[in-house]
Design a protein around this ligand. Structure first.
Ligand SMILES: *Cc1c(COP(=O)(O)O)cnc(C)c1O
Length: 363
C-alpha cells in the first residue's frame, strides 16, 4: 500500500494512562489508583448531565440530531451569539482537525509556541503543512515573537490560553493586542479549553458578535470543567462564513446523542461548575504552597493542572504510578525534568503530594 508520506514522521499522541491499564500492568487494585493525568474534572460529571444522559440511553437506537439543534440554541443563548457562529466537534480535538482540513495544504505554515498542546503539531503534520515553533519566554507564549514568525505562507496560528501543559496565561492586554495584530488572512485558533477556570478572562465574544474578526476561532470544550471528557464534545465559536466551511467537513453525526444530552443539561448546572472552580483554586494553592516548602520549581498556573520540576520526570512518573498515582511525564514536550499534575479532590491532592514526597525522599 502507498501510505501517505505525511504519516511517516507523524508523532502519535500519548494520552494520560487509563486507571485500568495501570492496574493491569502493575497488578494493582483499580479502586486504589487515582488519575491526575488528563486534566479531567475530579468531581465527576454534573448530576444533571448524568440524569439527562441516562434518559437518552433509551434512544440510542436512533441517530443523533446531526445539527444538535437544542444544544446549539442553548449554547448560542448562553454566549450571546447565533447558532451560525457555532461548530460542534467530537471533542475540541476534532475542531482542531477540521481546521486542518479547511486551511492546510503542503507548503502552508502553522505557527505555534514551544511547549504547545501536542495536537497542533500532529494535525499540522497530517496535512503535510510546515510547523513553525516559536521559542517560549519563561515557559509562556511569546506572542510578539509569534507575530513576527507569520509569513505570507502562514495559514493558522494556534494559541492555547491558558496553555496546556505549562498552565501559563497571557495578560488580557497582551492577548488583546495580539488578536488585533494577526493578519486578516491568517486564522487565529484560540484554544480556550480552560477559560472557565480563569477569574477575569479576556472576553473575545464581542469580536464574534460584531463579525469584526472573521479570522478568529475560539475553541472550548465540555471535557474539562464540565466533566464530560468521556463523551467527547467540544466546540468552536467563529464567523458564520468560516463556520459554514467547517460544517461542510464534519461527519454528519459527529456528536453522539448521549454527549448532546449531557452537555445540554450540564450547561444548566452552574453549581457543579462553581464547586469545581472552588476546589480547583484551593488545590492550586495547596500544590504551590507545598512545592515551595519542598523547594521544587513550578510554573504558577490558573488552569486545573500544574507543572512541577522533579528532576527525572520519567522516573518520578513511574514511581508515583507504583504508589497508585498517575501523573503525566513531560518528555514528549521537551520537558523531561517536569511532570504535570492535574488538580484533584482535596483527598487526591494530599495523597499525590504524600506520594511525591516519598518518591523524592523528602519524608
Ligand atoms: C484538553 C484540551 C482540549 C480539549 O480536548 P477535547 O477534545 O475537547 O477533549 C483542547 N485543547 C487543549 C489545550 C486541551 O488541554
Amino acid at each position: 500500500m502507498n501510505i501517505s508520506p505525511f504519516l511517516e514522521n507523524l508523532p502519535v499522541y500519548q494520552p494520560g494512562r487509563p486507571i485500568e491499564e495501570v492496574a493491569r500492568e502493575l497488578g494493582l487494585d483499580p479502586d486504589g489508583i487515582i488519575k491526575l493525568a488528563s486534566n479531567e474534572n475530579p468531581l465527576g460529571p454534573s448530576r444533571l448531565g448524568l440524569a439527562a444522559m441516562r434518559q437518552m440511553l433509551k434512544q440510542v437506537n436512533l441517530y443523533p440530531d446531526g445539527n444538535a439543534f437544542y444544544l446549539k440554541q442553548k449554547l448560542a443563548a448562553k454566549l450571546g451569539v447565533t447558532p451560525a457562529n457555532l461548530i460542534l466537534g467530537n471533542g475540541s480535538n476534532e475542531v482542531i482537525e477540521l481546521i486542518g482540513h479547511a486551511l492546510l495544504v503542503p507548503g502552508a505554515e502553522v505557527v505555534v509556541s514551544q511547549y504547545c498542546f501536542a495536537v497542533y503539531p500532529i494535525v499540522t503534520a497530517l496535512f503535510g503543512a510546515k510547523l513553525v515553533v516559536v521559542p517560549a519566554k519563561n515557559h509562556a507564549h511569546d506572542l510578539d515573537a509569534m507575530l513576527a514568525a507569520i509569513t505570507p505562507n502562514t495559514r493558522v496560528v494556534f494559541v492555547a490560553n491558558p496553555n496546556n501543559p505549562t498552565g501559563t496565561t497571557a495578560s488580557r492586554e497582551e492577548l488583546a493586542r495580539f488578536v488585533n495584530a494577526v493578519p486578516a488572512d491568517v486564522l487565529l485558533a484560540l484554544d480556550e479549553a480552560y477559560i472557565e477556570f480563569l477569574n477575569e478572562p479576556l472576553d473575545l465574544l464581542p469580536e464574534i458578535r460584531s463579525g469584526a474578526k472573521p479570522n478568529l476561532l475560539l475553541m472550548r470544550t465540555f471535557s474539562k470543567i464540565y466533566g464530560l471528557a468521556g463523551t467527547r464534545i467540544g466546540y468552536g465559536i467563529g464567523h458564520p462564513d468560516f463556520i459554514a466551511a467547517l460544517e461542510k467537513i464534519r461527519q454528519p453525526f459527529n456528536i453522539n446523542s448521549v454527549a448532546q444530552a449531557g452537555a445540554l443539561a450540564a450547561l444548566d448546572d452552574t453549581k457543579h461548575v462553581e464547586k469545581t472552580r472552588k476546589i480547583n483554586s484551593r488545590g492550586l494553592r495547596l500544590y504551590a504552597r507545598t512545592f515551595r516548602k519542598l523547594g521544587l520549581e513550578f510554573i504558577p498556573s490558573q488552569a486545573n493542572f500544574i507543572l512541577v520540576r522533579v528532576g527525572d520526570g520519567q522516573r518520578v512518573f513511574g514511581e508515583l504510578q507504583k504508589l497508585g498515582v498517575i501523573v503525566r511525564p513531560m518528555g514528549g514536550y521537551q520537558l523531561p525534568e517536569w511532570v504535570r499534575i492535574t488538580v484533584g479532590t482535596p483527598k487526591e491532592n494530599k495523597r499525590c503530594l504524600e506520594a511525591l514526597k516519598t518518591v523524592l525522599g523528602q519524608k
